[in-house]
Design a protein around this ligand. Structure first.
Ligand SMILES: [Fe+2]
Ligand SMILES: [Fe+2]
Length: 317
């Protein structure tokens, strides 16, 4: 995959500023890279996803390019057509081809559907007791993707599709933990405490660091590196909880996802939320992306309907 020209390229890896591990034996970035190596089935991004992302990142790509890639994968085509023909879109007639879907819904809508449909199958691994289910993480990730894209579109930023993808993978480090360190993640989940509304009262990231040696940000950043994703995605995965750790000129996408994460948690009835105990949106986050308090208010109003739609579209594989 070619590096994107979006914000935040050509910079040091997010893993370089990872929080210190409690284990004296391993540096967190090495720990995470070793974990990623051990789970080849998730560490290898499906070829089809790579091709679709290349199309997303190439401004000169056409509907024909996308049609060609998707049509090579009959299962993916079928999934996309099923979504397109679902009640959510309310189209008057059944759509029988990807080409027709692109001409009715637009290239961008079908690109996002294709990426989400191809990534959904990575969010496997089931449940850890009653407190964690990979399906809830997927549902949360889809919500963050939809909100991040909405924020970028509202602010007329040029990278709305990139924001969608960044939102979709921001917590993917938790999937690395689930697949590479299942017992330890189960121990983390077990140590968490919640108030009566389900809000965490303990610090998920601190417990991750104490139990696993690093948090899901570091694991996610390591996976982005293994996937050879553009650096900006490494930064978002690595620092979606603490964008201030990034140099100021590289924070935009991380702030968008940080805000989208908190908005998703405060709006969604279900969905993973163990790593977000405070849903306030920091003033410096709004200032950094140029969103006004009124703009944020408008986004909050639009959220419930948007999330219902997003969830209907991107069900887990
Ligand atoms: Fe997170
Ligand atoms: Fe999240």
């Amino acid at each position: 995959m070619q590096p994107t020209s979006g914000p935040g390229t050509n910079v040091p890896s997010a893993t370089a500023t990872a929080p210190a591990a409690t284990s004296a034996t391993s540096d967190p970035a090495n720990l995470a890279a070793a974990a990623v190596k051990g789970i080849a089935h998730i560490a290898t991004l499906p070829d089809i996803t790579v091709s679709i992302i290349e199309i997303v990142e190439n401004p000169s790509s056409s509907a024909q390019d996308l049609n060609k890639v998707i049509s090579n994968d009959p299962a993916l085509s079928a999934r996309i057509l099923k979504v397109v023909n679902s009640a959510f879109y309310g189209l008057p007639r059944q759509i029988g081809s990807i080409n027709r879907a692109i001409s009715l819904l637009g290239l961008n809508a079908v690109k996002n559907l294709a990426i989400a449909a191809s990534l959904a199958k990575l969010f496997k691994g089931g449940a850890l007791g009653s407190r964690f289910d990979a399906k809830d993480l997927w549902s949360h990730s889809v919500a963050v993707a939809a909100i991040a894209k909405h924020i970028a579109t509202t602010l007329r930023m040029s990278f709305a599709d990139e924001a969608f993808l960044a939102g979709l993978i921001h917590d993917i480090g938790i999937m690395v933990e689930l697949q590479a360190e299942r017992d330890k993640l189960a121990a983390v989940v077990q140590k968490m405490e919640f108030d009566k509304d389900g809000k965490p009262t303990t610090d998920f990231l601190a417990i991750e660091r104490a139990t696993l040696g690093c948090d899901h940000g570091v694991y996610g950043a390591a996976l982005c590196e293994a996937w050879k994703f553009p650096k900006n995605f490494t930064h978002v995965c690595g620092h979606h909880h603490d964008p201030r750790q990034l140099p100021p000129d590289l924070r935009t996408m991380a702030w968008i996802v940080h805000i989208a994460d908190r908005l998703a948690v405060s709006t969604q009835k279900k969905g993973f939320r163990m790593d977000v105990s405070c849903c306030d949106i920091p003033d410096d986050a709004l200032a950094a992306i140029g969103l006004t308090a009124d703009g944020l208010h408008q986004i909050r109003i639009a959220l419930p309907a948007m999330l219902d739609g997003a969830e209907a579209q991107f069900q887990a594989a």
